[in-house]
Design a protein around this ligand. Structure first.
Ligand SMILES: [Zn+2]
Length: 411
């Protein structure tokens, strides 16, 4: 157990060094130099732990331990390895590390699985570079088409394919994965909230993941001189956006049941101190554990847009992402709970307020998910921290679970 904790801390420390903002948290955008460095480290560890490594046409990484059954589907374990700007060291990497360490335990105990074990490290879950998010999992399941993938652009107008080639990846490799090749998916993630820490429980077994949708709203007005255009003659795109955004919290609170609504990104054009804003583009992120709440908030947001249209202002909304709330697989849930009890690890059931790759994959395979406590409930910031002992506990649970799912036997 101690060597496991030491290895986990080594992985966390090393991966956290691959950041574009040293001293100011982890900034690891997809297909960046830091992505390349983290990728090389993950691939090196996969090989060290006896896995066969391959990448797909999105740059997702797969490390496979073959099973004895021919053409059998794999049990996947992993998460994503990109980050938000100035994020922490655990969101994403903790889950990839859990996968790596399960593979290490398979190697250490010389297990031969019947069904292959695959450690996976997915790209662009956060959507910090190409927006939308969950790109690796949406890509392999075909929810993101090759065409849509090709047409994405980052804020500098760079396409994913151009960015891939720049760090030596091959976008022409196969992209969509045949579902027949996947038996189950296990994901460990930090909770990113305060519940487990408050309850002093080391492990959360995720029952459901909230649904979410993201919109990009564009407000078009009329540019003009900040000094010479009278107030009543203006069609100010930023003032209109601000009025709308200020009403979103009320929409979410009225809906209740933990429904949340956020504008986290806003761009103003031409963005000059003495120019009336012509265009404002901002994001809206809506989440709830019940689909009807998401639908109602979308409808109310569209009514709001209608009410501000006209008088030189034109507003359009583009939906970039829609995921229904998802429940996890009952058999795997039971297995995770039984395993935790057998290992004497206290656990509780929990819902996830954040979207995860597990949510995407749950439509295509049997999915199980574990949470570990987040210190002070913080995430997406440099202060993000989880205890390596908690991570090691989760590795033990996944190891036992993966042994059952892969029907592994000791030599
Ligand atoms: Zn994450």
């Amino acid at each position: 157990m101690n060597s496991l904790i030491t290895r986990i801390e080594g992985h966390i420390d090393t991966l956290s060094k691959f950041t574009a903002t040293p001293g100011k948290g982890t900034t690891r955008l997809t297909y960046s130099k830091e992505d390349r460095l983290a990728r090389d480290y993950i691939k090196e560890k996969m090989k060290e732990y006896g896995l066969q490594v391959r990448e797909d046409g999105f740059g997702n990484i797969f490390g496979k331990l073959e099973g004895t059954l021919e053409d059998a589907p794999s049990v996947l374990i992993g998460s994503h390895f990109d980050s938000v700007p100035n994020g922490g060291s655990y969101d994403g990497p903790a889950g990839v590390i859990a996968g790596l360490e399960v593979a290490a335990l398979f190697a250490e105990n010389q297990l031969t699985p019947k069904y292959p074990l695959e450690v996976i490290a997915l790209i662009e879950e956060e959507g910090a570079r190409f927006s939308g998010g969950l790109m690796g999992s949406r890509g392999i399941t075909g929810l993101l088409s090759e065409e849509d993938f090709k047409n994405l652009r980052d804020k500098d107008g760079i396409s994913p394919e151009e960015a891939m080639v720049k760090i030596g990846l091959d976008p022409s490799l196969p992209k969509k994965r045949d579902f027949q090749t996947i038996k189950a998916f296990l994901e460990l993630h930090i909770e990113q909230g305060p519940i487990l820490e408050e309850k002093n429980i080391p492990l959360g077994v995720v029952e459901a993941i909230v649904g979410l949708t993201q919109f990009e709203i564009t407000v078009e007005g009329q540019a003009g001189h900040a000094g010479t255009t009278p107030m009543e003659r203006r069609s100010d795109a930023l003032v209109t956006a601000a009025k709308m955004i200020a009403q979103f919290p009320t929409l979410a609170i009225e809906e209740g049941d933990g429904t949340v609504m956020t504008t986290g990104q806003l761009h103003v054009y031409p963005n000059g101190a003495n120019v009336i804003p012509k265009t404002t583009v901002f994001t809206v992120d809506i989440r709830s554990s019940k689909e009807e709440h998401i639908q109602t908030v979308i409808r109310k947001m569209k009514d709001l847009i209608e009410s501000y249209n006209g008088d030189g202002i034109h507003i359009s909304a583009r939906q970039q992402l829609y995921m229904r709330p998802k429940t996890m697989n009952q058999d795997i849930l039971t297995l995770l709970k039984q395993t935790s009890s057998a290992l004497d690890l206290p656990y509780c059931s929990i819902n996830s307020g954040a979207g995860h790759d597990a949510m995407v994959l749950s439509d295509f395979t049997e999915v199980g998910m574990l949470f570990i406590p987040s210190k002070d409930g913080l995430s997406h910031c440099p202060e993000e921290w989880s205890d390596s002992r908690h991570l090691a506990n989760a590795v033990q649970v996944f190891y036992e679970t993966a042994k059952k799912l892969t029907e592994a036997e000791e030599k």
